[in-house]
Design a protein around this ligand. Sequence first.
Ligand code: TXA
Ligand code: MG
Length: 359
Amino acid sequence: MDIKLHIYEVNSLKTHVFSVDNFVDESLIYPQIVEAANFLRRDELVAFPTETVYGLGANAKSTAAVEKIFQAKGRPSDNPLIVHIASIEQLHEIACEIPDVAYTLMNHFWPGPLTMVLKKKEGISEKVTAGLDTVAVRMPAHPVALALIRASGLPIAAPSANRSGRPSPTIAKHVLDDLEGKIAAIVDGGATGIGVESTVVDCTQPVPVILRPGGVTKEEMEQIVGEVRIDPGLEEKEATPKSPGMKYTHYAPQAPLIVVKGSPSFLQTLIDKQKTEGKKVGVLTTEEQRHHYNADVVLTCGRRSDLSTVAHRLYDVLRQFDETDVDLIYSESFPSEGIGAAIMNRLMKAAGQQQIVEK
Ligand code: TXA
Ligand code: MG
């Protein structure tokens, strides 16, 4: 009898890991970066560090390449991608009708954690923009990202390099945990800096509108361009957010997360109640307040007195809870000013908007 053996491999790719110094000198050519860029030129996926989080890059001109992003991430196809560029010449290849306010913003914040939504030009894949007539563009402030984009000679579509719904990756290990075997390569440039994603701002209207709070704060933008609005869909539960990605539950650890707005003693009463019901409880706190809590797992993400440290640590801490056996997680709440706006936006999304407020 003729028996044929079929072996189906789900994760069939060998993921190449290229290690580079986080502070590569942009004027030099690094063989690892050239090799990684060659994968991009062959329409393969390459994860790379940016100053916000790791991105999962693909040739933005190739539909075949961009489709691989959606497949590897398990990302809904109606959620458009950010195109990453390394020069203003590249901007003019993909966007048109660029208003003065956008030039003012890019002069101040590029390279940096600001993504601008602009009128789209032909040339990049329809899959990148999910059929919209606008395109989101940013120039990242990370030498490895810039060197990789330059070496590829391409505009690079790149969402955060996590499986859809998981916290965004801030170190290479997070990327490999989610995507090893599903992507051709990763450039490991160490930990990312800011820790939360870029600010997405719609620049197709006279007054810029923030669609997603992030690394550049509303206050910083207002100092440069005057009035800046916030998409009402971000703040009211009933309205639909204009940035398609904002409607999905995101960044979530496996155990349910609840944000608690109140004093540490109030939070401790919630913990005690769960414990009497036999639940294992995790707490997400800060250096200043950790000593207040008696719970099964107490993890800190930075210092309340410097919220940039909280942004930097947040996603890693959410992932660390997945390595514990807690049944639920309570998180402290943070002020919504400055970078706090991005922190609270991500925390509330991770919590599926579940919040308990002390009366
Ligand atoms: O910091 C970041 O922005 C990271 C790094 C890798 O650059 N990237 C990132 O990409 O966070 P992603 O795909 O996770 O988030 C992109 C966000 C989504 O909320 C998406 O809906 C929105 O940008 N977006 C993309 N194109 C858009 C468009 N044309 N109009 C409105 N929103 C858009
Ligand atoms: Mg993302």
